[in-house]
Design a protein around this ligand. Structure first.
Ligand code: NAP
Length: 448
């Protein structure tokens, strides 16, 4: 039991929080260095996060002047939680060791355990001497762009910084813990109309989709654009759908169950393709793709919206990239941030160059984009796709669900918050956005 965390739970004043001693240790979800080869020779599908993720007490590091400690009320599972837990495509200890060699402050991260997690909502409990815009007691959400802001390579776009890292994936002391350590530049105001668990599940995926489909650094959607969105009820897909609708575009969502189709319809996505029902077979075997199947997908899209998509929102990677390049409109853009099913990609380049298409790579979001994406939540223009909540102790189970594509939207994790439903301080905005809209994914997950 910690006096400080009890004070946070009780909603104590900043003075009380500042006076309560910072505990020497915190609970957190870790992978262990000694386990990093435990799945060698095991097929990806069979690597079990429940075996590699552990809830442990870890020693809190010294805080740098530009950093804060945050008591994490809630966090979330991201696909990078899956990657870390199965040590694919690389063990994250390599990232920590590299950071450890960079500087005095970097050395704190190279430990024999990795506290993971790249999302959180909580309360600032300590602020470093160089932190100006945030103070103890502030309610925040945290984005995962970890950059040395004195490095000139990141001054135009912080995602271009040579030492840009994803907090809780390429750094230690992530959000799946009671206390996390972050740079002050990662903090954003918590949307006051959301519960802790609703507020915790957005920053990573919402910001990623924002850069991909709203920012000029991605493939910005304009009115009337048709946008094909793979995994449209997943973490990044559910935000992609909402950003396309907000920009006046027309999303065509691809999902793999009737329940997910219903979720998307309620979210406002009129055109949905159930890929399981259609049974597309883009690959005949491990080495050969089937252009007639790409063509079948293209016909299905035209049957729905009358033309080829201006933009394809890509992330499954190897399974779908050939089809994505094929179905994009002449001069269209395939915007990609991932390759869940495999990163060695194959597509027919003739369809790219002869039809003047572009493949655009993007990754997370810079400070401005993350802040703007958070503002869409604050304004109620975008709702959190929270579908399920697990306690911190069951992070392994929650990660297993995601690894096996059994979830919709986002899975929240309760850390310091005692129960669900806490943290709303602006009920008027909540009423305006609407309880029904805020709970679309929870209701469908329960019913589906
Ligand atoms: P997610 O919640 O699991 O959603 C992904 C969706 O993709 C699934 O729901 C599934 O939808 C669909 N999908 C999976 N495999 C597929 C396949 N072989 N063919 C077609 N559809 C497939 O995960 P997420 O959080 O959205 O993340 C998706 C990917 O983006 C992950 O690889 C993640 O690491 C990456 N990511 C990258 C960044 C970045 O900054 N670069 C940021 C966030 C996420 P259906 O089964 O319903 O079709």
């Amino acid at each position: 039991m910690s006096e400080l965390l009890d004070a946070v739970r009780a909603g104590a004043s900043p003075d009380v929080l500042a006076a309560a001693p910072l505990p020497a240790t915190s609970r957190g979800i870790v992978v262990r260095r000694e386990d990093q080869h435990m799945f060698d020779g095991v097929a990806s599908h069979d690597k079990d996060p429940r075996a590699s993720l552990h809830l442990e007490e870890f020693e809190l590091p010294e805080m740098a002047p530009d950093e804060v400690f945050v008591a994490v009320m809630a966090s979330s599972i991201n696909f990078n939680t899956v990657w870390t837990s199965i040590f694919e495509p690389l063990s994250t200890f390599g990232f920590l060791d590299r950071l450890g060699r960079e500087s005095y402050w970097g050395a704190r991260h190279a430990r024999d355990y990795h506290v993971l997690g790249s999302d959180a909502a909580g309360v600032v409990v300590r602020a470093g001497s160089a932190v100006r815009n945030w103070k103890v007691g502030d309610e925040v959400t945290i984005h995962c762009n970890h950059v040395d802001d004195q490095d000139p390579s990141g001054h135009d776009d912080s995602m271009l910084a040579a030492n840009q890292r994803i907090w809780g994936f390429e750094t230690n002391f992530g959000g799946l813990a009671d206390i996390t350590l972050v740079k002050a530049n990662q903090l954003m105001p918590k949307p006051k109309h959301l519960t802790w668990e609703e507020a915790a599940v957005n920053a990573l995926t919402n910001s990623t989709s924002y850069r991909m489909l709203v920012s000029r650094n991605g493939a910005p959607v304009t009115q009337g654009d048709k946008v094909l969105i793979w995994g449209a009820s997943g973490g990044i897909g559910s935000f992609a759908v909402q950003h396309v609708l907000n920009s006046g575009g027309i999303p065509i969502g691809v999902v793999s169950s009737a329940s997910k189709v219903a979720t998307l319809r309620e979210l406002g996505c009129e055109y949905v393709i159930d890929r399981r029902e259609k049974d597309y077979r883009f690959w005949k075997d491990e080495h050969t793709q089937d252009e007639s199947e790409w063509r079948r997908l293209g016909k299905d899209i035209r049957a729905l919206v009358g033309e080829d998509p201006d933009i394809v929102f890509e992330h499954p990677g190897r399974s779908t990239m050939g089809a994505s390049v094929f179905v994009a409109k002449r001069a269209g853009t395939i915007v990609t941030c991932a390759a869940t099913s495999g990163y060695m990609i194959e597509y027919d380049n003739r369809h790219l160059w002869m039809k003047l298409k572009t493949i655009k790579g993007t990754h997370f979001a810079n400070y401005r984009e993350a802040w703007a994406a958070n503002q869409t939540l604050i304004d109620g223009k975008v709702v959190p796709p929270l579908s399920a909540v697990f306690p911190l102790e069951q992070t392994g189970e929650a990660t297993y669900e995601m690894h096996h594509n059994r979830h919709e939207g986002k899975i929240g994790i309760l850390c310091v918050a005692e129960r669900e439903g806490l943290g709303i301080s602006d009920p008027e905005t909540r009423a305006r956005v609407g309880e029904e809209r805020l709970t679309i994914f929870r209701r469908h997950d329960r019913e589906g």
